[in-house]
Ligand binder design. Structure first.
Ligand code: AHR
Length: 511
């Protein structure tokens, strides 16, 4: 993989100027993995205005909608090519009782959303509303089952209700308007079972997992991909215990990693930050590279054939809630800094796909590092959305290794990060895509892409940048951060040359 030569010495919080970098693109490398589209996965939770107002407004809403789903958000999902959507939580999942969310809406019980601001949940968005959404958009559903406060029977019956052709659960489903079973691939057996999902030890959960997984059956040709709840961040013991005890019983093991300053006290503002805070956030986000490597090494020891997938099914930035919003609703704005976190993270994930098969950013609308923000009938696409949309050319493409020698910078918190990022892939139509990011706040970088075989004829691209990294897209205003065509890349023999402006993200298509 990438060879890193630290040719510049590290200075505290300094952007070490990287004047130029040569990226050797090894398109002749054999047997490279396909980048799973699921790396671009999303997460929807009954939290704040993610589901209600964000996705679902109901068919009687004055906000334009298709069968209750807001039209503008549906269109944005389509352009994003959302491959997989996790639901209904998060912490919410472990207090969610699916039977409350089926049948006539007026009969559905109301529950207090204890995790998220004590909002009253009326269950008007339930299993049918979620699975129909996925089906309509061709999204793979990822159901997060209730292990914390739900029974084995409840989860078993939910799987049957969703996927069985016959039997009384199928009859109940038909009575509720849906004759055919849905296809459901991913089943999460609990969420954060070390915390909000049951406060268990790894050893205890490893036993609990087996019971819930055993009775979650495959019906009518549906094949479940069972995901055991994994570790948070640096909890390598959790991964070790799960692999030791349950590796033969699971298809995947999850991991959560947030770019968050700390779980107590201020998490910092999403929009108002110093250069020091900018680099702190970026350096923390790219530490996921090392965290993934460490979890993967443990998994490799138990599963050298890499049968069990690693799923990073929650990740992203977590800042203070925007002033004036319910503190339990985790609504935060999204700047060019978030776009940079997204670009650096996706480039990292794409280098881990021999084990990492899915990643789900938290959350798709109105919560944490969201793709989309809404306010009544208004909607904005965030800088993070644009990165996901620009990078989706990598979905299902073959990974192409690239090597480059770049420098590092050291954040005020003492984390070392590379000051440049690149990743390449070749799609089924033969086009080569290279995603590049320059995190420096003040220094452009000149890039030379050198191909070991390709003699490029054309190069085109898109750039995402802003005059100020604090820029964000706000309601009722012209977008401050939007992608633009990039014509600055030039073919020169077997190379492509370009200059990446400071704090910019570029995706090139080379043919
Ligand atoms: O994404 C917000 C919360 O973060 C999720 O509900 C939970 O799983 C995690 O702690």
């Amino acid at each position: 993989m990438k060879k890193i030569i630290l040719f510049l010495s590290a200075l505290a919080v300094s952007s070490l100027a990287l004047a130029q970098v040569k990226v050797s693109v090894r398109e002749t490398a054999q047997d490279q993995p396909v980048i799973p589209a699921e790396i671009y996965g999303q997460f929807s939770e009954h939290l704040g205005r993610c589901i209600y107002e964000g996705i679902w407004v109901g068919p009687d809403s004055s906000i334009p909608n298709v069968d209750g789903y807001r039209t503008d958000v549906l269109e944005a999902f389509k352009a994003l090519k959302v491959p997989v959507l996790r639901w209904p939580g998060g912490c919410f999942a472990d207090e969610y009782h699916w039977m409350d969310g089926i049948g006539p809406k007026e009969n559905r019980p109301k529950l207090v959303n204890n995790n998220w601001g004590s909002t009253v949940e009326d269950n008007s968005f339930g299993t049918h509303e979620f699975l129909n959404l996925c089906e309509m958009l061709g999204i793979e559903p990822y159901i997060s089952g209730n292990v914390g406060s739900g029974t084995v029977e409840e989860l078993a019956k939910w799987v049957e209700y969703m996927t069985a052709e016959n039997g009384s659960m199928a009859e109940l489903r038909a009575k509720n308007g849906r004759k055919e079973p849905w296809k459901v691939k991913y089943l999460g057996v609990g969420n954060e079972t070390w915390g909000c999902g049951g406060d268990m030890t790894a050893d205890y959960y490893a036993d609990v997992y087996k019971r819930y997984a055993l009775y979650s059956r495959n019906y009518s040709g549906n094949r479940l991909f069972k995901v055991a709840c994994g570790a948070s961040d640096y909890d390598y013991n959790w991964t070790r215990t799960m692999m030791q005890k349950d590796r033969d019983k699971m298809d995947g093991l999850s991991l959560h990693y947030y770019t968050c300053k700390g779980w107590t006290g201020s998490k910092g503002s999403a929009t108002d930050f110093t250069p020091e805070e900018y680099y702190n956030v970026l350096a923390k986000s790219v530490e996921i590279d090392e965290v993934l490597r460490n979890h993967e090494a443990i998994m490799d020891a138990f599963d050298p054939d890499k049968r069990v997938a690693l799923l990073l099914d929650e990740w992203g930035t977590w800042f203070d809630v925007e002033p004036g919003y319910n503190p339990g609703h985790l609504f935060q704005q999204n700047t060019m800094r978030d776009a940079m976190v997204a670009a650096l993270s996706l480039n990292i994930f794409q280098k881990h796909t021999e084990r990492l098969k899915m990643a789900n950013i938290a959350q798709i609308v109105n919560v944490l590092q969201a793709m989309i923000l809404t306010k009544g009938p208004q909607m904005v696409l965030t800088p993070t959305y644009h990165v996901f949309r620009m990078f989706n050319v990598h979905q299902n493409a073959t990974y192409v290794p690239s090597e480059y020698n770049c420098g590092t910078l050291v954040s005020a918190e003492g984390r070392v990060m590379e000051n440049f990022s690149a990743c390449a892939s070749r799609d089924a139509a033969g086009a080569l895509h290279v995603s590049l990011a320059n995190p420096s706040l003040d220094k452009p970088v000149t890039v030379e892409l050198a191909f070991d075989q390709l003699k490029p004829k054309t190069v085109s691209g898109e750039i995402l940048t802003a005059s100020d990294v604090h820029a964000y897209n706000d309601f009722g205003k012209a977008p401050a951060v939007a992608p633009a065509a990039f014509s600055g890349a030039k073919v020169s023999g077997k190379t492509v040359k370009l200059t990446l402006p400071a704090a910019s993200v570029v995706v090139l298509e080379v043919k």
